[in-house]
Ligand binder design. Structure first.
Ligand code: 2AM
Length: 190
């Protein structure tokens, strides 16, 4: 199965990210917006894994989660990869908690590489993808929209507690991916 490990987001955070998507939709750019219920923070994309790898991944998740304390993430920006002038991926950026997410991602990656799943070529960068650009149509309007602070998090705190790692199964369909939870591993309270 195709799978990935992520930080699940509370409904209210997904709702506010959906609010940002709605504002950016006014730019009428050619973007495939991530379905609000699918928005998450990817820690490790696994790709196709077999049953044996899957059970090892589950054990690794337990080990790593058991070594990490619950922490808070605060979202404070919206941006784009590779940059706002040439957006390919639109994301919400992690302000507080980025370092902890990166530590989790690196710890997972290190152990998961040992079971034959390749490391990412790029360094991990904490982000939450909310849209992927399909074509250059409306690109300049989108760039302008991304640079407007009123499209961002204003006046309210977007902070949530990360208390578990989640393994998702991803089924690709013509209507978009369907994500199902396969396993959760709790971070520690101590
Ligand atoms: P992204 O949020 O950084 O785009 C589930 O598909 C998640 O895994 C996506 O949200 C995406 O992370 C990541 N992903 C999908 N395909 C990938 C690939 N080929 N390589 C790395 N990460 C991928």
């Amino acid at each position: 199965m195709r799978a990935f490990i992520a930080i699940e987001l509370p409904n209210e955070i997904r709702d506010s990210l959906n609010g940002i998507q709605e504002k950016l939709k006014a730019c009428k750019a050619d973007v495939r917006w991530v379905a609000p219920e699918n928005i998450h923070l990817t820690l490790k994309f696994l790709g196709e894994v077999n049953e044996e790898q899957l059970s090892k991944v589950k054990a690794i998740m337990e080990t790593i989660a058991g070594q990490k304390k619950i922490f808070n993430i605060r979202l404070a920006s919206v941006g784009a990869f590779p940059n706002m002038n040439y957006p390919r991926v639109i994301w919400a950026g992690v302000d507080n908690g980025g370092k902890e997410a990166e530590e989790l991602a690196c710890a997972l990656e290190e152990k998961i590489e040992k079971i034959g799943i390749p490391k990412e070529e790029r360094a991990f960068s904490s982000h939450i993808t909310i849209g992927r650009i399909r074509s250059n149509l409306g690109k300049d309007r989108l760039t302008a929209g991304l640079k407007q602070p009123e499209n961002y998090f204003k006046d309210s705190v977007h902070e949530f507690s990360v208390n578990k790692l989640t393994l998702f199964k991803s089924t690709l369909t013509p209507k978009g991916p369907i994500y199902e939870i396969v396993k959760e591993a709790n971070l520690t309270t101590a």
